[in-house]
Ligand binder design. Structure first.
Ligand code: ITT
Length: 204
């Protein structure tokens, strides 16, 4: 039997890695990580959009590793803040702050904003790049509401303050499997799976 080609899942975020291990199960690649490959360089997220940042990360790490590489850039868009923090989601509230501090900052910004004006969405842009520079992208969105306070210990990032009306739960109250059924990343990964299957067939 042929050995499976490797797919580098290029993220330094452990929460994302845990999710991708489930979301990509059964794909025709063996998953590897930046840590496993000993790659420590960070790629700056200087693009104007999530998609541009995902492309920057995927192409840089594919060139560096020699493996087909997948990267995602994700963000939270809050309607009452004109779509902020968006692509700036990681540095919102400043560098080197904890997820909790970022969540507190966002809740403070929305202080006094009534429930019906707290609509928001998570967006995940995935880019899949080959070492030769070919790149494909896809996207997934998950709609919700910024809650009045934080709840739950699952997930990561903004999950504790993101309320899902259909489930009557905050994202951080979901198990990994539940989040992987409905999240922005799950929706994008479903499309990425098709891109990866095509790449695998083309390499046969
Ligand atoms: P990599 O670039 O290494 O993948 P990152 O943590 O920098 O990891 P992003 O730039 O995509 O990832 O994330 C921007 C911010 O959005 C960051 O604060 C994350 O914690 C948050 N975020 C991303 N995905 C999320 C999710 O599924 N749930 C909650 N918050 C999320």
């Amino acid at each position: 039997m042929n050995r499976l080609a490797k797919l580098l899942v290029a993220t330094n975020n452990r929460g994302k890695l845990r999710e991708y291990a489930g979301l990509l199960s059964g794909i025709p690649f063996e998953l590897t990580t930046l840590a496993e490959q000993g790659i420590t360089e960070e790629v700056e997220e200087t693009g104007a959009s999530l998609e541009q940042n995902a492309i920057r990360k995927a192409t840089a790490y594919a060139g560096r590793s020699g493996f087909i590489t997948m990267a995602d850039d994700s963000g939270l868009e809050v309607d009452a803040l004109g779509g902020e923090p968006g692509p700036l989601s990681r540095r919102y509230a400043g560098d080197n702050v904890s997820d909790k501090q970022r969540n507190d900052y966002l809740l403070a910004k929305l202080k006094g904003v009534p429930w019906e004006k707290r609509r928001a969405r998570f967006r995940c842009a995935i880019a899949v790049a080959t070492p030769l520079g070919e790149v494909k992208t896809c996207e997934g969105v998950c709609e919700g509401i910024i809650a009045l306070d934080a709840k739950g210990t699952g997930g990561f990032g903004y999950d504790p303050i993101f309320y899902l009306p259909e489930l009557d739960k905050h994202m951080a109250e979901l198990t990994l499997e539940e989040k992987n059924r409905i999240s922005h990343r799950a929706r994008a990964a479903k499309k990425a799976r098709r891109i990866l299957e095509r790449l695998s067939r083309a390499a046969e």
